[in-house]
Design a protein. Structure first.
Length: 129
């Protein structure tokens, strides 16, 4: 399987805990960079097709729910979503490919749990590697 990139939004947790929200990532992760726009950015090669994951477990705990009812990932035109979003233990995964070198694209994960709906967006910066 391709490299796994774990994403979260800065608004979902305080900055010192931001890296803790990433699945399997050490505290000093290089998987993402939070830029001046306060959005997490991840660099991807235009030919790479990778599995991106959003960890909703902290959000679920904060609102007192034990499971996500549904999840949907959308992306700006130019990125390709392969298959559907998958949910496992509060984590949403989506395989994403495509993009043009030098361009940036938003990928958003929206979840529903009980009567709550929320979303998190990551910016995928395309760069030949």
């Amino acid at each position: 399987m391709a490299d796994l990139h774990d994403v979260a939004s800065a608004e979902s947790c305080v900055m010192e805990d931001f890296a803790d929200a990433l699945i399997g990532s050490p505290k000093a992760t290089s998987s993402f960079v939070v830029r001046s726009d306060k959005m997490p950015h991840i660099t991807k090669d235009p030919n790479a097709v990778l599995d991106y994951r959003w960890d909703w477990t902290r959000w679920m705990k904060d609102i007192g729910v034990v499971a996500l009812a549904s999840a949907q990932v959308t992306a700006d035109p130019g990125l390709t979503l392969v298959g559907s979003a998958r949910i496992a233990d509060g984590v949403v995964s989506q395989i994403i490919g495509g993009g043009v070198d030098g361009q940036s694209y938003a990928a958003m994960c929206r979840v529903v749990a009980a009567s709550f709906t929320d979303d998190r967006t990551v910016i995928i910066d395309i760069e030949n590697r």
